[in-house]
Design a protein around this ligand. Structure first.
Ligand SMILES: [Zn+2]
Length: 310
C-alpha cells in the first residue's frame, strides 16, 4: 500500500522486542506500532475515538502474540455494548497484525481529564481471547478460548485483567495511541507488557511495580523518540534484560482475490447463478482490512463451470 504524503515527520519503524530479566522470572514485551495503527485507521476511515480504541487493541494483540509459534494466531474480540460496538484484532508469530471496529465512525466527547473516552465507547461487555494453531493451513487444532468481563473498556486494563485472572500471570500493561491534532492521524502508538512468574523474588516485584507506576505514558515516550529498547529499560526500571527476539511489525491481511473466489464458490451453484442473473457480478469486502474484491461475469461463470464439472 502506498504511503500517503503528510507534513508530519516520518515515524520510526514498527517493531517489537521480547526480553527476560531477573533470571528468567520476568518477561517484558515492548512495541512501537505507529505505522500499523495509522494504516488500520486509514483503511477503516475511523473517527478519533474509534482510532484510539483500534490502535490500542492492535498494539495489545501484537504484545500478546509475541511468544506465539509458527502458524499460531491470536485473536482478541472486545464485545462491548457501547456505541463503538465490537473490536476484533489478530496477530501472528510473524508480526502481522490486522483488525477492525464495528462502528468506525464513532467519536465521543473527551473525558473530564481531557483524555479520549475509549472506555465509554467500548462500554460493558466481554473480552474473548482465542489462540489458534494451524488456521493458516486450513485446520484449527483445539483453539484455546478464554473470556472475561470487560473491566473498564479502556483495552489495557481489560487485557491485564484477562492475563492476571484467566491465564494466572500477574501482568502490567500500558497501551497508547496519540492522534495528531492537525492531520487527525496517529502520530505515536505503542506500549509494553511486564509479566512476573511464580518464582519472581519479592524485591523484584516491588521494583517493577514502582517502575511501571513511574513510567511516562507510552505515547509520551514514543513522541520523544523512544525505541522499543528504551521503553524496555524504562518499563523494567533499569533491570538488566536479555533480549530474546526483535521483529518488525506491520499491518497485513490474509485476504486475496483467490480467497474471494473460494468464498463465492462455497455458496453453491444456485446462489452463484442467482448473482449472475441479478447483478452479473459479486462484490466482497474484507472486514479486517476493508479491501474490496470484484468478481465479474467471467469469474462467476468460471465458478459455475468448475462446480458443475467437479
Ligand atoms: Zn483483508
Amino acid at each position: 500500500m502506498q504511503k500517503k504524503k503528510t507534513d508530519e515527520p516520518s515515524a520510526q519503524p514498527d517493531r517489537l522486542l521480547y526480553a527476560t530479566a531477573a533470571d528468567n522470572t520476568v518477561r517484558c514485551v515492548t512495541a512501537v506500532t505507529t505505522n500499523l495503527a495509522q494504516e488500520a485507521c486509514q483503511r477503516h476511515m475511523t473517527w478519533k475515538t474509534a482510532s484510539v480504541a483500534l490502535g490500542r487493541a492492535l498494539t495489545g494483540a501484537a504484545l500478546l502474540a509475541s511468544q506465539m509459534k509458527e502458524l499460531e494466531r491470536l485473536t482478541l474480540h472486545f464485545q462491548g455494548r457501547g456505541p463503538l460496538g465490537s473490536i476484533t484484532v489478530d496477530a501472528d508469530a510473524h508480526g502481522r497484525v490486522r483488525g477492525f471496529v464495528q462502528n468506525p465512525q464513532t467519536e465521543l466527547p473527551l473525558r473530564e481529564d481531557g483524555k479520549i473516552n475509549v472506555g465509554e465507547a467500548v462500554g460493558k461487555g466481554v473480552l474473548h481471547v482465542i489462540r489458534d494453531a494451524g488456521v493458516e493451513i486450513g485446520f484449527s487444532k483445539d483453539p484455546y478460548q478464554g473470556s472475561v468481563p470487560l473491566v473498564t473498556g479502556e483495552i489495557a486494563e481489560d487485557l491485564t485483567f484477562y492475563l492476571t485472572n484467566s491465564e494466572q500471570i500477574p501482568s502490567a500493561m500500558s497501551l497508547g495511541v496519540y492522534m495528531d491534532r492537525g492531520s487527525g492521524h496517529v502520530s505515536a502508538a505503542g506500549g509494553f507488557l511486564v509479566q512476573v512468574m511464580p518464582d519472581t523474588p519479592d524485591h523484584i516485584i516491588t521494583h517493577l511495580e514502582n517502575a511501571v507506576l513511574n513510567a511516562p505514558p507510552s505515547t509520551e515516550m514514543i513522541r520523544g523518540g523512544a525505541t522499543p529498547e528504551i521503553i524496555l529499560e524504562i518499563a523494567l526500571g533499569g533491570l538488566e534484560a536479555t533480549i530474546l527476539s526483535s521483529k518488525p511489525l506491520h499491518f497485513a491481511c490474509t485476504c486475496s482475490q483467490e480467497r474471494a473466489v473460494s468464498i463465492i464458490s462455497a455458496l453453491g451453484k444456485t446462489e452463484v447463478r442467482d448473482m449472475l442473473e441479478k447483478d452479473g457480478q459479486a462484490e466482497l469486502t474484507c472486514h479486517y482490512c476493508n479491501s474490496t474484491y470484484l468478481l465479474n461475469r467471467d469469474d462467476l461463470e468460471n465458478i459455475l463451470n468448475d462446480t458443475e464439472t467437479s
